[in-house]
Structures are given as structure tokens and as C-alpha cells.
Ligand binder design. Structure first.
Ligand code: AMP
Length: 214
């Protein structure tokens, strides 16, 4: 059983690395942001509660976030473990999490703010199949169209300069101190996220003592 948390500012590749770790090691990937986006898209009650907050790049209230995480983990479909992405994002959430679950490792993806801006503002997602693109690193073959399903590529509602500034401010003020809490209690590995996806993945595996793919 492997239980991990992945942390890092937006655009640091959290989602990409978490998905790959989940695929490679049969972990359940729990992205709190994806759960909220799903609720917004499907017009659920939770979606109505969080839509404005998520669109503005602000943090959803701790009680709601904690109940969403607890609900998701209580499904107990994680026979080989889980990787939580986007949680905890402040000290209250971190204390709640540490009281409730034992964590085997915390992955901290380190990326300077200037690189965050460059990456996030060029990020696009397919409105049909959800595939991620980046106008710098992973351009579609035809402008604004998904290579796989032909869907229209759009920017995430919260990937704009103003929302990004909010998220960076929140990250430095509230989320970075979470690393300090984890460092006192858990095994934290910090990886240089300016590297290529493959190198970041290889560093994570090496630092966590996971068998590197052949
Ligand atoms: P993400 O995809 O991780 O960037 O999350 C998208 C949005 O979901 C954030 O900007 C917040 O509005 C909300 N969100 C995700 N995780 C949390 C969390 N742990 N605490 C509060 N809000 C969150």
C-alpha cells in the first residue's frame, strides 16, 4: 500500500505526474480540483456552491474540501494506495489529513513563479475529451483543435493572469507552510519541476524508492 500526497504550485505538473504515478503503480488519483470541476460542469449542488470561488482561483472553504476528500477516500477503492493532488492546501487541511491518514511520502514539485506564469497562461484543455495541451510544449497539430477527438481547445476558466496571481499569492501564503508541517511529521521529497516530464518522474521514483519503469 502506497499513500502519497503531491504538492506544487499550479503548472508545476502535479496532475501529469500524479496521473503517471497512478497508472504505473495502480494508485487511485484523487484530484480535488478535478472533483470540483466535475461538480461545476454537472451543475450539482456542490458545483453551485464552489463555481465562483473556483473560477476566481480562490480556495474553497475547508469544511467542504475536507468532506469531499473524506467522501472520496471512504470509497476504499484504493487497494494499492492513492495519490492525493491539490490537497492539503493550508495548515488546517494538513492537520485534518494527518490526523486521519498515514502518509508514506509527500512529493513537493518546485517551480519558480516566472516559469509558472509562462506555463499556465499557455495551458489549454480539450472541451470534449479533457486532454491537456500547452501552446509552448505540446501544441495541437491544428490550432485550437484536439489532435485526438477534434474538440475545441479552451483555457481553463481560472487560467488567466488575475486568477493566477490569486493562486500564487495563496500558494506562497498558505500552501508552502504545509510543506513545513509535513517535514516535521512525514517523508518529504522535493523535486526540481523545471526539468522534462520524464526526468521529473524519474527523480520522484528514485527519491521515493519506487521501481523505475523499464
Ligand atoms: P486545482 O486544479 O488543484 O488548481 O484546483 C482548482 C480549484 O479548486 C482551486 O483554485 C480551488 O478553487 C479549488 N480547490 C482545489 N483543491 C482545494 C483545496 N485543497 N482547498 C481549497 N480549494 C481547493
Amino acid at each position: 500500500m502506497r499513500k502519497y500526497v503531491i504538492m506544487g504550485v499550479q503548472g508545476s505538473g502535479k496532475g501529469t505526474q500524479a496521473t503517471r504515478l497512478a497508472d504505473e503503480f495502480d494508485l487511485v488519483h484523487i484530484s480535488v480540483g478535478d472533483i470540483f470541476r466535475w461538480h461545476v460542469q454537472h451543475h450539482t449542488k456542490i458545483g453551485a456552491q464552489v463555481r465562483r470561488t473556483v473560477d476566481a482561483g480562490e480556495l474553497v472553504g475547508d469544511d467542504l474540501v475536507e468532506s469531499v476528500v473524506q467522501d472520496r477516500l471512504s470509497a476504499h477503492d484504493w487497494n494499492y494506495g492513492f495519490i492525493v493532488d491539490g490537497f492539503p492546501r493550508n495548515d488546517v487541511q494538513a492537520e485534518f489529513f494527518l490526523e486521519t491518514y498515514d502518509i508514506d511520502g509527500v512529493i513537493n514539485l518546485d517551480l519558480p513563479d516566472a516559469e509558472v506564469e509562462r506555463r499556465v497562461l499557455s495551458r489549454r484543455v480539450c472541451s470534449q475529451c479533457g486532454l491537456d495541451y500547452n501552446l509552448i510544449a505540446h501544441r495541437p497539430e491544428v490550432d485550437d483543435r484536439c489532435d485526438v477527438c477534434g474538440g475545441h481547445l479552451v483555457a481553463r476558466e481560472d487560467d488567466n493572469a488575475e486568477a493566477l496571481a490569486n493562486r500564487l499569492r495563496d500558494y506562497h501564503a498558505k500552501t508552502a507552510p504545509v510543506i513545513a508541517i509535513f517535514e516535521r511529521k512525514e517523508f518529504v521529497v522535493t523535486v526540481d519541476a523545471t526539468q522534462s516530464k520524464d526526468d521529473v518522474f524519474a527523480d520522484i521514483c528514485r527519491e521515493l524508492g519506487l521501481p523505475v519503469e523499464s
